[in-house]
Design a protein around this ligand. Structure first.
Ligand SMILES: Cc1ncc(COP(=O)(O)O)c(C=O)c1O
Length: 464
């Protein structure tokens, strides 16, 4: 090799090394900068944000999520966490679904918001019309609000004023023990009187609570229910149809509920189905009310309604209920509303989510998940590690065999939560109740992974 050739080669090598080093150096700096930026964000979170349902001591710092796609949440440290609970049961079609994202973006450029009293808009009209097409056939009117709690508040206020407008004194309301209908005062009142709402108990209104019917007590509970109904002055009966979500995925029979609704309606009692959790395919059918032979008078919806993109609450009712408000007397108006009622962006998201929900692919996915759950159930029904494995549609739940009563405050809860998180799976046990409520697009492989993790818990249960 000539001297010049050798010299050029060496110079070029030096350049390459120099730039490679610089690129590496910049990469490292980028990593360090990003890491310290993320750390700063977490610090800022801790100093300025009060998170929901989160004790202020004894927990790890929150995970910083930078993006999400499909069933996975991406953390700032590069982890991919499998969202097996649809982020508090809201996400139906996977995170950042392009169809919903596009619908919101397009709507944002046309009309982002408008007052909903005296004004209306196409996304809301479309959504109301489409919901009424798929809800039980007696539902006739759609009232919009912001979330699940407001949807149930609206339902109760609608019920109470229905009788008030007709000059009838009916003050009692019946609810199930173990119920959860939200965190506002009316919703807390009809919810289980648990440690969650203990500080507020003096401020909650009186409710007639009945036990959740099981195979062993259903006749007793029914006669208790019938006694209260026949005792008079009952305005409403509110229930989570077929599954009580928050109190531990407690399931009960459609036959019992149908019979109770029939008796209640024969006695002039308004029946309110809180489908905030069970709606939009979660239980297999589009709505849990579709399993019933008697139709509720009022239905509350939220959570999955926008596919998990934006907050929206909806309360629907029959023509008969609204008729009690149709009067020239101004005082018979339903004076309830929220600034963001029927926000066009949320309605556009809900319409796009409905497109996906009503597509044959989504139906197939829900059936596929239900079948996989059923297989798991059949396989593990007599597994001593678990107790009371149950399933309805895409919901699978079980208690890990532990000492102590089932309760959200069961000591196993935090250990279990972190046990799964350390395996990059987001499951949020309700005490010692493990449950799976996945987005409908979850793959069989991902489901298998979660099942394995569930079975693994049984093996390490001694540590909890
Ligand atoms: C059946 C039911 N109703 C109402 C609510 C309250 O909904 P939100 O959290 O949107 O207020 C929930 C929440 O979990 C629920 O499961």
């Amino acid at each position: 090799m000539s001297f010049t050739l050798c010299f050029t080669y060496k110079i070029r090598k030096l350049f390459v090394e120099f730039f490679t080093f610089r690129i590496y150096f910049y990469y490292l700096r980028f990593q360090i900068d990003t890491h310290s930026f993320m750390q700063d964000l977490i610090k800022a979170d801790q100093s300025s944000i009060w998170h929901p349902f989160t004790p202020l001591f004894g927990l790890r710092e929150p995970l910083l999520i930078t993006s999400a796609q499909g069933c996975y949440l991406h953390t700032s440290t590069g982890k991919k966490i499998l969202d097996a609970i649809s982020s508090w049961w809201v996400n139906l079609h996977g995170h950042a679904h392009p169809h919903i994202a596009r619908a919101i973006a397009e709507q944002a450029q046309r009309l982002e918001h408008v007052i909903f009293a005296g004004f209306t808009h196409e996304p809301a009209i479309q959504l109301a019309t489409r919901l009424l097409e798929i809800l039980p056939s007696n539902q006739a009117k759609v009232f919009f609000s912001d979330n699940g709690s407001t949807a149930t508040e609206v339902a109760m206020k609608m019920t109470f004023q229905y009788f008030h407008n007709q000059g009838m004194k009916k003050r009692k309301i019946i609810a199930f023990e173990g119920a959860y209908h939200g965190d506002t005062f009316g919703a807390m009142s009809v919810g289980d009187r648990s440690p969650f709402n203990a500080p507020f108990q003096p401020y909650l209104f009186e409710v007639e609570f009945i036990p959740l019917p099981t195979q062993s007590n259903e006749d007793i509970v029914f006669s208790q229910f019938a006694d209260i109904i026949r005792g008079g002055e009952v305005s409403g009966f509110i229930f989570e149809p077929l599954v009580q979500g928050a109190s531990g995925m407690r399931m009960y029979a459609a036959e019992w509920l149908s019979k109770a609704i029939k008796l209640a309606q024969e006695n002039g009692v308004i029946c309110i189905a809180d489908e905030v959790f069970t709606g939009f395919g979660r239980t297999g059918k589009l709505f849990a009310s579709d399993y019933l032979t008697a139709q509720p008078d009022i239905i509350c919806l939220s959570k999955g309604i926008t596919g998990g993109f934006l907050p929206l609450g909806v309360t629907t009712c029959t023509q008969q209920i609204q008729a009690a408000y149709q009067s020239e007397d101004l005082m018979k108006t339903f004076f309830h509303g929220h600034s963001y009622t029927a926000n066009p962006l949320t309605c556009a998201a809900a319409n796009a989510s409905l497109d996906l929900l009503l597509h044959a692919d989504c139906q197939e996915n829900r059936e596929r998940i239900a079948q996989k759950h059923a297989q798991f159930l059949a396989q593990h029904q007599s597994n001593p590690k678990f107790h009371n494995i149950r399933q309805l549609g895409t919901i699978l739940a079980m208690e890990i065999t532990q000492s102590g009563e089932n309760s959200y405050f069961h000591e196993a809860r935090n250990a279990l939560y972190y046990h799964f998180l350390d395996q990059d799976i987001l499951l949020r046990p309700l005490g010692n109740v493990l449950y799976l409520v996945p987005p409908y697009i979850i793959t069989d492989a991902a489901l298998e992974l979660v099942y394995e993790a569930l079975v693994g818990v049984g093996e390490v249960k001694g540590n909890f």
